[in-house]
Design a protein around this ligand. Structure first.
Ligand SMILES: Cc1cc2nc3c(=O)[nH]c(=O)nc-3n(C[C@H](O)[C@H](O)[C@H](O)COP(=O)(O)OP(=O)(O)OC[C@H]3O[C@@H](n4cnc5c(N)ncnc54)[C@H](O)[C@@H]3O)c2cc1C
Length: 432
């Protein structure tokens, strides 16, 4: 197995990881950036590398391309081999990466709440549908109900409408009073306010209902109708797709494997983004859901701190505090309503990989017991979907994380661990 060593390794090439890696590289220090997708940019700048549309994407992706960063694409960090070494599956086989300082920037995933019919074909996460469509999935002429919670619903509806979808309804579970309050809070972030207003203008004519959520999806072979409620009445919309998720949940598998302390469901970091594990930093969504601007600033702070430059890190504390306020406003406005806990019936599947239903889970007191008795969380997603759902439904927390963190080939698991080459030369260009 090939081994490399870097002063800093950054895992995750979304805004936080790109900012951290560029900051380290600009100081002339050896840095690797590892991501399991073929592109840089994470979720928000997916597909923008070749032809960036967003201004921030243009600026940061250009900077990353010019920086002396060694980039590992389609590279999944799946375990830790020894202290300060990661095992990574790449298309060319497993690679071992040694680090002196590690920046974790693994982002977040969509949070799903089970309801009858949520496992039918045609029921997808809004971000997931957006990703499919960006990759060429035909959506023109399709009827889409976008539901769940958070500003991502608007961004996705706008993208789908632009590609010819008929958006029947955007159903936001948060009450209108809180969404309005969030709108006022945006006054402190003029760029976000302008972005929000632009979205609303482009979505003119598309119904956006607050205090409204799906209770059932139905159809023979795929979802064809979705039943919604506003708590007083229920009605049905016909659709080809129901794009539904309730905000984002942080990707905590790697920090947890490394023993990083969590607080309130996120990685706990100090003012320099350092976790409770020495020399392990964390930035972006695993430390709190606050959007791409927050991730960029935190990534820069982590990068400066990782190369021992606290002065420049400190200069960004004010900007980070502003985006943290935005994150708190986001959390308060789009907090999940308790009614959502009652949507799943005894027969509703919660763990779709292992086909475990709510009624089976309710016989147990905690995640561990439920897992041992029902196999929930033991399938392909390793609890990434049902673990978050069980946390919301029952308040259970997953008390262990086991490698491999992501599904990998058996040959990767069997790779012999070779010596780490302590002095690699960054290759010409920025591919390993
Ligand atoms: C599906 C989805 C779609 C979104 N779409 C939008 C949008 O359209 N507009 C918007 O404003 N916001 C969107 N967001 C929110 C946005 O992603 C965040 O606000 C912000 O970009 C977070 O940046 P980040 O750097 O923390 O993480 P991310 O951008 O999520 O980047 C994290 C990266 O880490 C990689 N990674 C994770 N684990 C590993 C591992 N073990 N090994 C290797 N790589 C790993 C991931 O593949 C990902 O590329 C979306 C979020 C999701 C989940």
């Amino acid at each position: 197995m090939t081994s490399h060593a870097f002063e800093v390794v950054v895992v995750g090439a979304g805004p936080a990881g790109i900012a951290a890696a560029c900051t380290v590289a600009d100081a002339g220090r050896p840095v690797a950036l590892v991501d399991n997708s073929p592109w840089l940019g994470g979720q928000i700048w997916r597909g923008e590398e070749a032809n960036p549309v967003q201004r921030a994407a243009r600026q940061w992706l250009k900077r990353a391309a010019a920086a002396r960063v060694t980039i590992f694409r389609e590279a999944s960090v799946f375990t830790v081999s020894l202290p300060q070494r990661l095992l990574v599956e790449t298309p060319a086989g497993a690679v071992e990466l040694g680090w002196q300082r590690l920046v974790i920037a693994t982002g977040a995933r969509e949070r799903f709440v089970p309801f009858p019919g949520w496992t039918l074909p045609g029921v997808v996460g809004p971000g997931g549908l957006q990703a499919l469509v960006k990759a060429g999935w035909p959506i023109a002429g399709k009827r889409v109900v976008v539901a769940g919670s958070g500003p991502l619903l608007l961004a996705v509806a706008d993208g789908l409408k632009h590609r010819g979808a008929h958006i029947r309804l955007i159903a936001e579970q948060a009450p209108s009073s809180r969404v309005l309050q969030f709108g006022f809070a945006l006054g402190r972030h003029p760029a976000k306010l302008a972005q929000g207003l632009r979205l609303k203008a482009r979505l003119l004519g598309v119904p956006y209902r607050c205090g409204c959520w799906p209770v059932r999806a139905s159809g023979d072979e795929a979802a064809r109708q979705v039943t919604l409620t506003d708590g007083r009445r229920t009605w049905t919309e016909t659709c080809d797709y129901l794009a539904c998720a309730f905000g984002l949940a942080p990707n905590l598998e790697l920090p947890r494997l490394l023993g990083c302390r969590l607080a309130d469901g996120f990685v706990q970091v100090n003012e320099f983004q350092e976790t409770s594990v020495k020399d392990v930093f964390c930035a972006g969504e695993p430390t709190g859901i606050a959007g791409a601007d927050a991730a960029l600033v935190a990534g820069c702070i982590a990068g400066f701190a990782a190369i021992g430059n606290p002065g420049q890190a400190r200069a960004l504390f004010g900007a980070r505090a502003r985006w943290q306020r935005f994150g708190r406003a986001l959390r308060d406005a789009f907090a999940m309503r308790p009614e959502l806990r009652r949507l799943a019936e005894a027969e509703t599947v919660v763990c779709r990989c292992e086909d475990v239903r709510r009624g089976e889970l309710e016989r147990h007191d905690n995640w561990r017991a439920a897992k041992l008795h029902t196999r929930c969380g033991m399938g392909n997603c390793q609890g990434r979907v049902c673990g978050d759902a069980a946390n919301f439904l029952f308040g259970w927390t997953n008390d262990s994380v086991r490698p491999p963190l992501l599904p990998v080939r058996v040959t990767s698991l069997l790779s012999p661990v070779a010596d780490v080459n302590q002095n690699p030369t960054p290759p010409a260009g920025n591919q390993p």
